[in-house]
Design a protein around this ligand. Structure first.
Ligand SMILES: C[S@@+](CC[C@H](N)C(=O)[O-])C[C@H]1O[C@@H](n2cnc3c(N)ncnc32)[C@H](O)[C@@H]1O
Length: 269
């Protein structure tokens, strides 16, 4: 492939297919931009790994929902050398980066391009049964009715005794205006120093750079097409999620970790 590659100001003439190192740089930049929004992200991953081990042991079959380019799957695979992961997303750009950076991870990682919550989405999964389903910063994208349906589907693909974990921004419910203003200020303080002052927000910058990278051009065109169909939604609050999980057949729910409104919600099947 001829063209120019550009990640963080680095431009180089490219004559062959991009290397694993090239895709790994995109994955690293993904982590960096996510950390500006969730400064305690690494700690959150860590807690999720601890709960995973305590709930289903050290060789779990794990479904990663809204995997992006695979940061959560990567942490599972690194920590548990006998784990297997199925990473599900429907954005071709992040899937391209994940496949390029992590590949099949020695045969332990499978990538699936499917829209979570759409009718029959679990048919695309390569396994019928999982020990765990995990997700970070993704399920708030799903409209409430779709999320409820997804939780019902998860109750089928998780084995009895399996665990579901959602690490996400999970507010307790609608906030009074004064509380909303206070939280906004707290988040500003919380993130201070992570994003460079005066620059465009890191998410926008990441996507702007991705749009300009020739190795991502084909995936980006498809990304745009799918994004146009993506509605903006008001995500389910914590009580709504708990109720949906209980109704779907999960027997126990708990918050395993929390910083401000960022939580790890755990449900046992
Ligand atoms: C902010 S990213 C988080 C990615 C990764 N889990 C992380 O923590 O870095 C949210 C991801 O969810 C994916 N997503 C949102 N709705 C989805 C759906 N219905 N089906 C599949 N993926 C979805 C998006 O494409 C995006 O890659």
């Amino acid at each position: 492939m001829a063209g120019f590659i550009n990640t963080r100001g680095m431009t180089a003439r490219m004559t062959a297919a991009p290397s694993r190192a090239y895709w790994s740089r995109w994955l690293r930049r993904w982590d960096e931009q996510q950390e500006t929004f969730i400064p305690a992200r690494e700690r959150r991953f860590h807690v999720m790994m601890d709960v995973l081990e305590a709930a289903v042991g050290r060789a779990p079959r794990v479904l990663d929902l809204g995997s992006g380019p695979g940061p959560l799957s990567l942490r599972v695979l690194r920590r548990f050398p006998r784990a297997r992961c199925v990473a599900v997303d429907y954005d071709p750009v992040v899937l391209r980066i994940g496949r390029g950076a992590l590949g099949s991870y020695h045969g332990r990682l499978t990538w699936v391009d499917t829209k979570i919550g759409s009718p029959g989405w679990t048919d695309a999964l390569p396994l019928r049964r999982f020990d765990a389903a995990v997700s970070t910063t993704a399920l708030h994208w799903l409209p409430p009715a779709t999320l409820r349906r997804t939780y019902r589907d998860l109750a089928h693909v998780l084995r009895p005794g399996g665990v579901f974990m959602n690490g996400d921004h999970l507010p307790e419910g609608p906030r009074e205006p004064e509380a909303r203003r206070l939280f906004r200020r707290v988040y500003r303080v919380h993130r201070h120093g992570r994003s460079r002052a005066g620059r465009r927000d890191p998410w926008t910058r990441w996507w702007r750079d991705a749009a300009r990278a020739p190795p991502l051009a084909a995936s980006f065109a498809e990304h745009e097409r799918r994004r146009a169909q993506h509605p903006h939604v008001e995500a389910l609050s914590l009580p709504g999620q708990v109720a949906a999980l209980r109704r779907a057949g999960f027997r126990t729910t708990m918050t395993a970790w929390q910083v401000l409104e960022d939580r790890v919600l755990v449900a046992l099947r």
